[in-house]
Write a protein that binds this ligand. Structure first.
Ligand SMILES: Cc1cc2nc3c(=O)[nH]c(=O)nc-3n(C[C@H](O)[C@H](O)[C@H](O)COP(=O)(O)OP(=O)(O)OC[C@H]3O[C@@H](n4cnc5c(N)ncnc54)[C@H](O)[C@@H]3O)c2cc1C
Length: 753
């Protein structure tokens, strides 16, 4: 028995934690930062004030993780974030294609637990900072579950806490609200009337109980929803979870200190809405419905933004400005919301896209005045307008991976974040990121250690794509459709499509390209013509434009809207090939600094078939040399090797004049970077992306198997050989694709150890 005498006071138990990097906040940003740093060998403390990881993506709040792909509603083809976030989302897809938020929690927890370098402190809230000079020396955090204070000391800190608790306490310069237009020349800067902060939201889920269920609202529920909520007609019995993002409030207040009050207001709205659905008599199909879940913690969109040496702004996003210190990318729209949220008469959001993805500079990822503090998540150094885009979780995670990789370079060399902002150290940072799967738009991997660069790369066969079989459904030209084709510099091949034509008609066809290399916004009409089509089935549509292009890249064969025509599709799927539909046009509301352009979007599987086509000559787009070209996803070409579908034993061989010592091999596969992997609620058609290789074998020059990978579903395979081998060649056997597609790879790299 423990018995203690009465005393005047007591101290809490305090546990010291010494590490190389302390990450405060375990949202998607904190998780990806911590895993990245730990994999580079750092001892990392990950401090999270709640019971599970994921922040707004956790089962406590249930937002789907999104980023540059924006649910495939923009022109950002193959733009899903790579690296650790990709690994997490691909794992979630494998286990949880239905999007169960609780399963996603387990994926995040398991991945963090798998890193021996991470000390995970759950239910532990950071509340105090001690500094030495302009650097943070330690952070104190309290776990209410075990009544323990953790005293965490480290040479480097990363604040990924959403509100920036450590950055705030350490005196880092910050902003809250919106910059006036004059400061950065941002024409989309909101008026005070619109509001300068985005509010919080709370979601709910309902379920069918199989029998009538009553609902008695709590006394604090909002009365008379139609009178109080201008957009009340959007409520119905099937809308739940993320589709209720517009139950938002709090943007007129202090979104840090008023959070509890905002939560009460949101609960009031949620229970008022549910009362309206259940008891207004307007929703007879609600009789059997019961509330299954209501968020207990509000999802926070915006509070403080901290200042780094550079603040990203609207023009950087819209004009896709190029930065020497680019380390991550974004691609969500600039997405601002009226501060009055649910009570506003205005639309719930105001979204403006760029023509393509944009770079995020490293200088946005550390404090300009607290020397050893990285910034991650929604608090990075951006203007309010740019934050409207960088705030989504996949973008947060992608930039946070850069902070983690930077910490790994600083650590042990006594460097501070600012020491990496330019020169060779910045190049080292970019290299380490791309090696780990990060995509930095326009930045090619420059890897002098990679032996694959010095190899001759050959293949058992390479896909020479001349046609896609006409075995898919007919697609009406009720909207304009396009087929993207990667072509080499020179004359563009002619393409013949097949149409079902209800009456004789004239069809306009166009050959398009992009304004900017690497974009997928088909803004430039290279040639246009009208073809006369007779009524009938399988009518050939010859698209022969006789056009020469002066650079390799994707061209777009566009068949413009014509209600009399349906075009034949193909079940053939190939790495780096997509068909598109003209979905809408972005037309700016006056002079707000955004561009007018068309959205030509791909459609999710199982739809989104390629058009059936025959080309005048095969595409030269799948050569094995692509495997060492420094890009591991489609950009201005497929950047892939793909085998001929008839090849019974598809393989790639790397050979050198002299024997090489190889201890580690990195392989990049195709998990369809065009497909957004919403983490929860959305659901996905497959649990393994069909373009991915499930089985792969590596042999040495003598045919001896060095490694065999089975049951793969991941984008990256990293093979560390038991002992380095000395060989003049390596053979990679692509044994089994996950779907019925020609086997393909994006990247092979080899290192001595
Ligand atoms: C309703 C709503 C809809 C949105 N829609 C989307 C969407 O569809 N897709 C998308 O990707 N993004 C969406 N966003 C934006 C996105 O969720 C946030 O911008 C993003 O979560 C910010 O990431 P973060 O890691 O900075 O913060 P968070 O996700 O909030 O993570 C921060 C973590 O730090 C923890 N923490 C806070 N204080 C402390 C402390 N003192 N000590 C320890 N830990 C602490 C928090 O508990 C939290 O887990 C939406 C946001 C909201 C609110």
């Amino acid at each position: 028995m423990l018995r203690e005498p009465a005393v005047s006071s007591r101290e809490l138990k305090t546990v010291p934690v010494a590490c190389d990097l302390a990450v405060i906040g375990g949202g998607m940003a904190g998780v990806c930062c911590a895993i990245t740093a730990a994999r580079a060998g750092l001892k990392v403390a990950l401090v999270q004030d709640r019971p599970v990881l994921g922040g707004n993506a956790s089962s406590e709040i249930r937002l789907w993780v999104l980023g540059a792909t924006a649910h495939m509603t923009n022109n950002n083809r193959w733009s899903r974030e790579g690296g650790v976030l990709d690994e997490l989302l691909i794992e979630n897809l494998a286990r949880n294609p239905e999007g169960n938020a609780i399963i996603f929690d387990t994926v995040l927890l398991e991945k963090v637990l798998a890193e021996p370098g991470v000390t995970l402190l759950l239910n532990t809230a950071a509340f105090e900072v001690k500094k030495t000079g302009d650097a943070i020396a330690s952070v104190r955090a309290f776990c209410s579950q075990n009544s323990t204070i953790y005293d965490i000391s480290a040479p480097l800190f990363c604040d990924a806490s959403g509100d920036g608790i450590v950055a705030f306490l350490s005196g880092a310069a910050f902003r809250m609200g919106a910059e006036p237009e004059a400061e950065f020349g941002e024409k989309f800067a909101p008026s005070q009337d619109y509001g300068e902060l985005l509010g919080h939201s709370i979601y709910f889920y309902s379920k069918d109980a199989g029998r009538p269920v009553r609902f008695t609202p709590p006394s604090y529920a909002l009365d008379d929803v139609p009178a109080n909520i201008p957009r009340y007609q959007r409520f119905n019995t099937s809308t739940e979870g993320c589709n209720l993002w517009w139950i938002e409030w709090g943007g007129r207040g202090d979104t840090v200190h008023d959070t509890e009050a905002i939560k009460w207001e949101l609960w009031k709205v949620v229970y008022g809405v549910w009362n309206y659905i259940k008891n207004s008599g307007k929703f007879p199909d609600a009789a059997n419905l019961t509330l299954e879940w209501v968020g207990l913690i509000p999802g926070k969109r915006e509070s403080r933004r901290f200042e780094g040496p550079y603040m990203l702004r609207q023009q950087d996003i819209v004009e896709q400005r190029v930065f020497d210190d680019a380390v991550a990318h974004g691609g969500w729209s600039i997405d601002l919301h009226p501060a009055d949220g649910i009570y506003s008469e205005r639309p719930g959001c105001n979204q403006w896209h760029s023509r393509g993805v944009y770079q995020i500079p490293y200088r946005c990822l550390f404090s300009r005045n607290v020397g050893n503090l990285f910034l991650a998540g929604r608090i990075i150094s951006t203007s309010h307008v740019a934050f409207g885009s960088t705030r989504v979780m996949a973008t947060c995670a992608c930039a946070a991976q850069a902070a983690g990789a930077a910490a790994a370079i600083c650590s042990g060399r006594n460097l501070l974040p600012a020491d990496l902002a330019e020169g060779p150290r910045l190049k080292e940072l970019q290299r380490s990121l791309i090696r780990a799967g990060q995509h930095i738009p326009g930045v090619r991997l420059d890897d002098p250690d990679d032996l694959a660069r010095k190899a001759k790369i050959t293949a058992s066969s390479s896909l020479a794509l001349k046609e896609t079989k006409p075995d898919g459904p007919l697609l009406p030209l009720d909207r304009s459709r396009a087929q993207m084709l990667p072509v080499q510099k020179g004359r563009v091949p002619a393409a013949t499509f097949l149409a079902s034509v209800s009456e004789d008609t004239s069809l306009r066809i166009e050959l398009r390209s992009t304004l900017r290399a690497g974009n997928f916004s088909p803004d430039v009409v290279l040639a246009s013509k009208v073809v006369e089509l007779k009524a009938g089935e399988d009518v050939p549509v010859l698209a022969d434009f006789g056009v020469e292009v002066d650079r390799a890249g994707y061209v777009y064969f566009c068949l413009l809207k014509n209600e009399r025509v349906q075009v034949r599709t193909s079940e053939t799927r190939v790495t780096g090939l997509l068909s598109l539909t003209l979905s809408r046009t972005q037309t700016p509301d006056g002079d707000i600094g955004v561009e007018a352009f068309e959205f030509w979007c791909a459609t999710r599987r199982p739809a989104g078939e390629n058009l059936a086509f025959t080309l005048s000559r095969p595409l030269d787009a799948f050569r094995p040399e692509n495997l060492a070209n420094g890009f591991a996803r489609p950009t201005t070409g497929t950047n892939a090797w793909a085998a001929d579908p008839g090849d019974r034993a598809p393989s790639v061989t790397l050979s050198w004049d002299r024997a090489q010592t190889i201890g580690r091999i990195e392989i990049g596969l195709d998990t369809d970077f065009d497909h957004p992997l919403e983490s929860v609620q959305h659901g996905h058609p497959e649990s393994v992306i069909p373009f991915c290789l499930k089985r792969l074998r590596v042999r040495d020059g003598a045919g001896k198997t060095l490694a065999e990978v089975t049951d793969n579903h991941q984008t990256r395979i990293s093979i560390r050989l038991e002992a380095p081998v000395s060989t003049k060649s390596l053979v990679f056997d692509a044994l089994e694709p996950a779907g019925s597609v020609p086997p393909a790879l994006f990247e092979i790299r080899c290192y001595p150890g």
